[in-house]
Design a protein around this ligand. Structure first.
Ligand SMILES: [Zn+2]
Length: 229
């Protein structure tokens, strides 16, 4: 049975500097990639128990799992809402349904991109540290409310879990570019339908409730799908 890791949006690599004499944690997840013959023994040496990679190549994942398993390491392939290459693979010739932001948010994205392009910066997305002014994620992300995105991930998860030795799927970057919601027509229609079904929710809080519940619902549905495979 597959194990699914649910990781909040914009979480990053977990690093372990040295293996303690007595393990302090049951699981330590290393997030990254590289040559399996190098990565697996290096991860095991510092006490990592699980490896997640942003790689969907069955041949690579098979090699990684084969190198990791004798060392007691479990391996996961990571999926995320930035999956435009996967979108083109599963929906060739179809424009990806990307999240949309409002004008102020788009302007913030342009400003952040310019700041990063200008040279060394202390900026780190996700509030690490919190940026003065409006904060958004600069990279395009698929809209979690478009039913085709859920279909994309269901197909991708099934293909990935067919890889021999892969322990499960890791989720990353499941969230909104503006950290709030998506302003595309599909999302707005979905929110209106949700509000019609939840008249007890104050209008001022409806957008946030819908954005959270719909995103968590997608992640849980995909996790259930993975566990059934
Ligand atoms: Zn949308």
């Amino acid at each position: 049975m597959a194990t699914v890791w649910l990781v909040p949006l914009l979480s990053l690599l977990l690093v372990c500097r040295a293996a303690p004499a007595e393990p302090l944690f049951r699981q330590i997840l290393g997030w990254g990639g590289g040559d399996p013959a190098v990565v697996a023994p290096a991860a095991a040496e510092v006490g990592v128990t699980d490896l997640a990679v942003w790689n969907h190549d069955p041949a690579y994942l098979t090699r990684l799992a084969a190198a990791a398993r004798p060392l007691g390491l479990k391996t996961y392939s990571c999926i995320w809402l930035g999956e435009q290459p996967a979108w083109q693979r599963y929906f060739p010739g179809v424009a990806p349904p990307l999240q949309q932001m409002n004008a102020a948010e788009e302007a913030a994205a342009v400003a952040i991109a310019a700041e990063l392009k200008a040279g060394p910066s202390v900026y780190q997305y996700g509030g690490e540290p919190v940026r003065a002014g409006l904060e958004v994620f600069t990279d395009p992300l698929l809209c979690p409310h478009d039913p085709r995105v859920a279909e994309l991930f269901r197909r991708q998860i099934a293909d990935l879990l067919a890889v021999e030795g892969l322990r499960g799927i890791a989720f990353d970057y499941f969230g909104y570019r503006n950290y709030r919601t998506c302003h595309c027509p599909v999302s707005q229609a979905a929110q209106a339908a949700w509000q019609a079904q939840h008249p007890e929710v104050e209008p001022a809080r409806a957008a946030a409730r819908f954005a959270l519940e719909s995103l968590v619902g997608l992640c849980n549905a995909l996790a259930d799908h993975a566990r059934r495979l």
